[in-house]
Design a protein around this ligand. Structure first.
Ligand SMILES: Cc1cc2nc3c(=O)[nH]c(=O)nc-3n(C[C@H](O)[C@H](O)[C@H](O)COP(=O)(O)OP(=O)(O)OC[C@H]3O[C@@H](n4cnc5c(N)ncnc54)[C@H](O)[C@@H]3O)c2cc1C
Length: 489
């Protein structure tokens, strides 16, 4: 029996990781030290790029049946709308934001994992590990104190912001803690005169208050408190903030969850050491502005799973795994910078600066191109891997995405139980020769290229690995050869 990949943590990232490995038939175990999954709603937003990947994984329908579709987000000052950003123009089959509590996301992912015959081993904690050349020797403590030693092929730490795996590897979590606190409440709301499926942000000289719909009449409310010590709010404090900063006439009742949080902006430099990987909050944390944290973590898992699966199936060499940290660390740097900028814009303290901000935002978002650019950026469809070592060729002179950029090659791309590359090219003898030579990496059917003068090699996760002008098959051949099991890194 082959050694399993051991996934630590059954949050949204660990569950995605385990489900994807299981989909590809890779031996996997997933453990969590807690007896049950979270009941807190925490991350609410699932963006289009994550939905595309969930669709490829075969579980987007369950998410759509459970979540609430938000078609736009609006920014207000008192009763004035400063900006409204619609999501309908996002170039994705999922052109909306799905609002769904993290507790539900975890439930759906766990149900999806069960369809492949896997369950989370709960009350099981990783207490130590040693990375050896041929595997990772892991010490697990089960409920009641029973100790198990497990020889894993690879260890993936999806164990959250206080990651034991990261600490044990001695990796620094570099970054800052912002000197400010936020309060949060999931409550019943009446009297809010905005479309019921639309997140709304209200800017006020004292700070912001944000309303995110969870279900009809139920909202997540977040407000910043400035540089005060963190403290748990009560309903009265939330109502007072909403009365002062909101549009007026809004009544809160029946709180389901009240909490506080501070903002950290941190990441590790390298997501991998030897046979051990980090993913999700274990590798990066940042401000919830923009609702990207969980999405980025789940996309880490989607990125790593197909690579590990190909290596474990011996259809690709271990060099493939070197691309994980480079690609995902680059994305985290970008998103940390975006969310940090958004947080600072929302939290401007000076009244003059706030007036200038409101003016610029109002004028800027009158321009349709600007609204579309921001919606696309938030949606995740612009995430790319310009520095990936897997990239080859160039799209110069062609109409279509370049190496490292996303290409939805065709309906249902990336589905199925084998991680396979797709060739997007016109049918030809050369194309068929490449298909025959790399049959273990390519899907048996080609699809139409974005430009008939070019050839695109598309990865299992929908990003372009190589592009070349028609007839320049050497580029595609070389890109596939570099993936071969015996290729030296
Ligand atoms: C108030 C709030 C609002 C947020 N809103 C958003 C949002 O709108 N959009 C968004 O994208 N993100 C949001 N986030 C961030 C989001 O919640 C996190 O990014 C997400 O939970 C990270 O998932 P994860 O699986 O990496 O880690 P976690 O969810 O933290 O899961 C880690 C798991 O590992 C387990 N574990 C830890 N150590 C061990 C061990 N040694 N052995 C076994 N198990 C272990 C833990 O028990 C836990 O279950 C929000 C966060 C907060 C706090």
């Amino acid at each position: 029996m082959s050694k399993p990949v051991l996934v630590i943590g059954a949050g949204p990232v660990g569950l995605t990781m385990a489900a994807e490995l299981a989909r590809y038939g890779t031996s996997v175990r997933i453990i969590d030290r807690l007896p049950t999954r979270t009941t807190e709603s925490r991350a609410l937003a699932i963006w289009p790029r994550t939905l595309e990947l969930l669709d490829a994984a075969g579980c987007a329908d369950a998410f759509m049946a459970t979540g609430l579709r938000a078609n736009a987000v609006s920014i207000h000052a008192g009763n004035r709308v400063i900006a409204r950003i619609p999501f309908g123009a996002i170039a994705s089959p999922f052109s909306y934001l799905l609002m769904i509590p993290q507790s539900e996301t975890e439930r759906l992912l766990e149900e999806h994992l069960k369809t492949s015959g896997h369950t989370v081993e709960r009350e099981t904690e990783l207490t130590d590990f040693v990375d050896r050349d041929d595997g990772v020797s892991c010490t697990l403590m089960h409920a009641g104190g029973r100790i198990e030693t497990l020889e894993a092929a690879w260890l993936v730490g999806c164990d959250g912001a206080h990651s034991f795996v990261r600490g044990r590897l001695g990796l620094a979590f570099e970054g800052d803690t912002l000197p400010m606190g936020f309060v949060i409440a999931d409550v019943h709301v009446t009297g809010l005169a905005i479309p019921p499926d639309e997140p709304a942000i209200f800017w006020h000289p004292d700070g912001a208050v944000m309303f995110f719909p969870i279900a009809r009449g139920h909202y997540r409310i977040i407000a910043d408190l400035g540089p005060v010590p963190l403290h748990m709010p009560d309903l009265g404090e939330m109502q007072a903030i909403v009365d002062r900063r909101g549009p007026g006439g809004v009544i809160l009742s029946d709180p389901v969850w009240l909490s506080d949080f501070g903002v950290n902006e941190r990441k590790v430099r390298d997501y991998r050491r030897g046979r051990v990987f980090l993913a999700g909050d274990a590798a990066h944390i940042h401000s919830p502005a923009g609702g990207q944290g969980m999405n980025m973590g789940m996309q880490d898992a989607f990125n790593l799973a197909w690579k590990l699966a190909l290596v474990e199936r011996q259809e690709a060499g271990p060099c493939l795994l070197n691309s994980y940290s480079i690609e995902r660390s680059g994305v985290a740097l970008q998103i940390l910078s975006d969310s940090s900028r958004m947080t600072r814009i929302v939290l401007l303290g000076s009244h003059l600066a706030q007036r200038v901000r409101n003016f610029i935002v109002k004028q800027g978002f009158r321009i349709p191109l600007m609204r579309r650019a921001i919606a696309s950026r938030l949606s995740g469809i612009l995430i790319d891997y310009p520095d990936s070592p897997l990239n080859m060729g160039s799209a110069r002179g062609l109409h279509g995405p370049g190496p490292g950029q996303r290409l939805i090659a065709r309906q249902g791309s990336g589905q199925g139980n084998m991680p396979r590359f797709i060739l997007a090219a016109r049918d030809s003898a050369e194309a068929r020769a490449i298909m025959a030579r790399h049959a273990s990496l390519l899907t048996p059917e080609m699809c139409l290229p974005p430009d008939e003068n070019g050839i695109w090699l598309v990865r299992p996760d929908g990003y372009v690995a190589a592009v070349a002008k028609s007839k320049n098959w050497t580029v595609i051949d070389m890109a596939l050869n570099r993936m071969a099991p015996k290729h030296r890194c």
